[in-house]
Design a binder for this molecule. Structure first.
Ligand code: CA
Length: 412
């Protein structure tokens, strides 16, 4: 049962990413005023602080301070029941049958701003960023390329959602350019390492979820309560320098090959908005330990695509069509695993899925896999080809309900 039939008094073109049933959260600014929380409805941005000032949010447990903050963290600290009630109230105010705001045309100019007139900002201050590795096809592809094709998955992979702690400070909002990193690599294993610009610059197609406050340190969150601690999701491009990564990652894992930048889409799509997209996950064999068992459909059918647009062009080549449902481990399991040792969460922590690859060619979520380590280049419409990302390329990731995340690669 979908709720996509919810109708608003604001026009929504068919197939639009942001119908009334979606209503994601973000942070925006207009000229002359500082960044503040908002929601997105069709091509309008709903100014939450203006709605509050005009009394449209009366009775909700929100206040002027959290709705004027430059990030969503203070609002999220009020807890999931408050953000859910706020979203429901805005959904009601924009519903075709609700006259409250509809017939107050004097309030429209302050409560609704055309999206073309706003600048979007990082929706949250990211406290901690964790990157999982939860797509089986991606893990298999990488294992085949770099280790043993017969034993592509490491022995732990089907027993836990493998992950590592990444860098929060370099997560940026869509539209922010990324500079090709300099670093140490060892292209010739018979020769000493060299220093210079990364030559194997890649994207990783991921989704990330953002958490509410967790439990006190020392306590765990079970799979059955994990969703109470998840605010929503964004598209996530985890830019990666493969040559730096390859030389540095043993024994402690990814470091400078990853921490120079990750890009997110600006709209945080709530779990509630995605409810009608729930699907069953893959059967997990071998059986997982008790703390990773879960009930109910906990995967999501969200089609994903990646386009590479060469410098100076308006469109380029779609190089990947994948789907968020291609996950082996779901968000409940990731969160249960993350906290099983007593690790605490904070409002605004970001947990990325890991590269989301599907089973067949055309659905791989990184150039490493798409070009199979550079052996199978992709033809571009302008006659050039790509093994990895070139200076000036813009990488765009899109999904229905999410909009897009885009980032241009600048020279080193
Ligand atoms: Ca990653």
């Amino acid at each position: 049962m979908t709720n996509a039939s919810l109708t608003s008094w604001i026009d929504v073109p068919a197939g639009h990413d942001f119908p009334l049933a979606n209503l994601p959260f973000g942070v925006f600014s207009t000229s002359g005023r500082s960044a503040r929380p908002c929601m997105r409805m069709a091509d309008q941005v709903v100014d939450l602080s203006a709605c509050h000032a005009l009394g449209f949010l009366n009775g909700l447990e929100v206040n002027a301070e959290v709705l004027a903050a430059p990030v969503l963290n203070p609002l999220m600290k009020l807890g999931k029941p408050v953000t859910v009630a706020l979203r429901k109230r805005i959904q009601k105010l924009l519903h075709v049958d609700c006259a409250e705001l509809r017939d107050r045309s004097d309030a429209h100019a302050s409560c609704l701003v055309a999206v073309a007139d706003v600048e979007m900002h990082m929706p949250v201050e990211v406290g901690d960023y964790t990157d999982f590795y939860s797509s089986e096809d991606h893990a298999r592809n990488v294992g085949k390329m770099f280790r043993d094709p017969e034993n592509a998955l490491l022995p732990n992979w089907k027993h836990m959602p493998v992950g590592y702690h990444g860098r929060a400070s370099s997560i940026v909002v869509s539209g922010t350019p990324i500079r090709r990193p300099m670093g140490q690599t060892r292209p010739d294993l018979e020769a000493p390492p060299v220093f210079g610009p990364s030559r194997l610059l890649d994207f990783e197609l991921e989704m990330a979820f953002i958490t509410f406050e967790g439990k006190p340190m020392g306590e765990r969150i079970g799979t059955s309560e994990a969703e109470d601690h998840i605010f929503g999701l964004v598209l996530f491009n985890d830019w990666s320098a493969r040559d730096i990564q390859k030389w540095e990652y043993v024994p402690l894992g990814p470091f400078l090959g990853k921490n120079f930048g990750s890009s997110i889409s600006p709209w945080v799509v709530t779990l509630e908005a995605l409810d009608h997209l729930r699907v069953a996950g893959p059967s997990q064999n071998p059986e997982v330990l008790d703390y990773l068992k879960y009930e109910g459909d906990s995967h999501y059918d969200v089609p994903l695509e990646v386009e590479i647009v060469p410098d100076g062009q308006l469109s380029g080549q779609v190089v990947c069509r994948s789907n968020f449902r291609h996950m082996y481990w779901n968000m409940r399991q990731q969160l249960a695993h993350h906290t099983v040792n007593g690790c605490n969460l904070r409002a605004g922590d970001m947990m990325a899925s890991g590269t989301i690859s599907g089973p067949e060619k055309g659905s791989f979520g990184s150039m490493l896999e798409i070009s199979w380590r550079g052996t199978d280049p992709v033809a571009m419409p302008d006659g050039t080809e790509r093994k990895f990302i070139r200076d000036g390329d813009t990488v765009v990731m899109r999904a229905p309900y999410f909009g897009e995340v885009r980032g241009k690669l600048l020279p080193a």
